[in-house]
Design a protein around this ligand. Structure first.
Ligand code: ISL
Length: 548
């Protein structure tokens, strides 16, 4: 039985991909940390939900200085998650249910515990091993000034000073993220070779594709000059440099060498969507996350513009659009949409902002129907289908995220979107861990999640889980939603987005502050809130079958 899968070699063009943050998905062995056994046991849930593929956040051995984005060995599984044999079995089991697997590769940096970095440190200044990274002497008379003023994405300087093997202060190394994540030198042929081998390793194990972490950051200006705000396109010193394209062309040739070509999916945060589209040319990446849509506020004009621009720019290069409402890095949607400022920006993230969760929940349901109705592929971050809010009261001594620490505690960090999922029961661990678990969940779960468990929502026709399952079913089975077309319809109000797909499907989203009349239709397929007669209430969406 194959459901939840799009046949054919271009399955990724309209796939629904579910993001699994393994650590927080389901704990099979009772140690309070999610693992592969937990995921395998929940495959029937994912199959019922109706997704085509799973993207796993990094599952490799890691000291977890950045939730696994600090990798020690790209060809193994962290012992807390399981074994390589279990990963292989998981890939096979999922595929038997029609679900493909995407793994996360992290090419910009490694863990400071990675054998390469340890070897580079041990070898000392001037050794060839140091050329795998960006080691530089410091400035100033004692070398105690960073080699340049670059700033880490997690705040603070992008440089950390080393100690020489004899204990004296040594060179500095570059890290665009945490100091535990030294950046690799992509000008070095061994770095390129190693990553192509890593790709082959996973492709040979049957994974359908890779998500490429921080894909626009790999290449640096070889002289490491200061950032010039007036740089020419493609000439920023460490973001979106023109040289990146040759790397991805080479990866594409490798991915295309498989009978079912493997898929390259880029995490590319660029404010300029034109520049982003260059990565999606036919001989480069297949697809990239739509981070413009992800950060968009709940405002009709902004959303309409984002959708239009997205479709146009993807059409220009022949790539499918993607739609992402949330991921493991951003504030949970229910919380974000319940605030006065409904956009997402890393630099604006703060705790203690007044939030109307009921409003946020209504909008998140409407946004799901919007995203799932658009042409292209769509990403669902675990727990989004359960309507989970951001957890904002994690005690300081339980916080894990370096983003919180590196901001001096100003940024609440990303743990609030990574709290272990509630599966069943009425108290922590809510079925996340088995009943005989020896440890509590690695991040605390709120006391009031009993109504949000998958079990509580499973048969409730009004639940978020039911809405996602039903929307994914219609998206998969309705031929009107299988094309690449979208026609904007005249909306009854400027606060309303309305568009048609295929012969007779329409999606209407009411972002105004009052109810609106529905368009003429033959049938209401699905709504995110109950209708008021023939009227769609504010902050809700409807899927319609139009008349002939
Ligand atoms: O941090 C940012 C802005 O200040 C982002 O643009 C950042 O580049 C982006 O979130 C990259 O994220 C990815 O790589 C990180 C990891 O912590 C994230 O979880 C991952 O999604 C480093 O590997």
């Amino acid at each position: 039985m194959v459901s939840g899968v799009t046949a054919g070699s271009e399955w990724w063009r309209r796939a629904a991909v579910y993001q699994v943050y393994v650590r927080s998905f389901a704990d099979g062995n009772g140690d309070g940390v999610g693992d592969l056994a937990g995921v395998r046991a929940r495959l029937p849930y994912l199959h019922d939900l109706g997704v085509d593929a799973l993207w796993f956040n990094p599952w490799y051995p890691s000291p977890m200085a950045d939730g696994g984005y600090d990798v020690v060995d790209y060809r193994a599984i962290d012992p807390a998650f399981g074994t390589l044999a279990e990963a292989e079995a998981l890939i096979t089991d999922a595929r038997a249910l029609g679900i493909r697997t995407i793994v996360d590769v992290v090419p910009n940096h490694v863990s400071d515990q990675h054998p390469w970095f340890r070897a580079a440190l041990a070898a000392g200044p001037g050794a060839p091993e140091r050329d795998w990274f960006w080691f530089r002497p410091g400035g100033g008379p004692d070398g105690n000034e960073a080699p340049n003023g670059w700033v880490s994405n997690f705040g603070g300087p992008a440089w950390t000073r080393t100690k020489n093997p004899d204990g004296t202060p040594g060179e500095w190394f570059l890290h665009l993220f945490a100091p535990e994540q030294p950046d690799l030198n992509w000008d070095h042929p061994a770095v390129r070779q190693e990553h192509e081998d890593i790709l082959r390793f996973w492709f040979d194990r049957g994974v359908a594709g890779v998500r490429i972490d921080s894909a626009a950051l790999l290449v640096k200006h070889p002289d490491l000059p200061e950032v010039d705000p007036d740089h020419a396109p493609g000439q920023h010193v460490h973001v979106d440099r023109d040289e990146l394209h040759e790397i991805y062309r080479s990866w594409r040739r490798l991915a295309d060498g498989y009978d079912e070509p493997r898929v390259l999916l880029g995490e590319i945060w660029l404010p300029d969507v034109r520049r982003m589209s260059l990565y999606l040319r036919p001989d480069e990446l297949h697809s990239a996350f739509n981070l413009d849509f992800l950060t968009c506020p709940w405002e009709p004009a902004r959303l309409r513009t984002s959708i239009r621009t997205t479709l146009q720019m993807h059409d220009d290069v022949g790539a499918p659009a993607t739609w992402v409402l949330s991921n493991h890095d951003v504030t949970r949607l229910v919380t974000r949409y319940g605030r006065e400022d409904t956009s997402f920006a890393f630099e604006a993230k703060r705790a203690g902002v007044p939030t109307d969760l009921a409003l946020g929940r209504r909008r998140a349901r409407a946004a799901a129907l919007l995203a799932l109705a658009l042409p292209g592929s769509v990403y669902v971050y675990q727990g989004e289908e359960l309507g989970l809010p951001e957890v904002e009261d994690i005690e300081p001594d339980r916080i894990q995220d370096p983003m919180h620490f590196r901001s001096g505690g100003v940024d609440p960090g990303r743990d609030g979107a990574r709290v272990p999922l509630p599966w069943s029961d009425t108290a922590t661990p809510y079925g996340f861990s088995p009943p005989d678990a020896t440890a509590e969940p690695f991040l605390p779960q709120p006391d009031d999640w009993a109504g949000l468990t998958a079990e509580a929502q499973n048969e409730d026709p009004a639940s978020s889980l039911t809405l996602y399952r039903e929307a994914l079913r219609i998206r998969r089975t309705d031929p009107d939603l299988h094309g690449r077309d979208l026609r904007w319809l005249d909306a009854p109000d400027p606060g309303v987005l309305a568009f048609a797909r295929g012969a007779r499907f329409a999606c209407v989203v009411n972002l105004s502050d009052h109810p609106v009349e529905l368009l003429a239709h033959a049938e209401v397929l699905l709504t995110s809130s109950p209708l008021e007669g023939e009227r769609l209430v504010r902050d809700s969406a409807a899927w319609l079958r139009l008349r002939d």
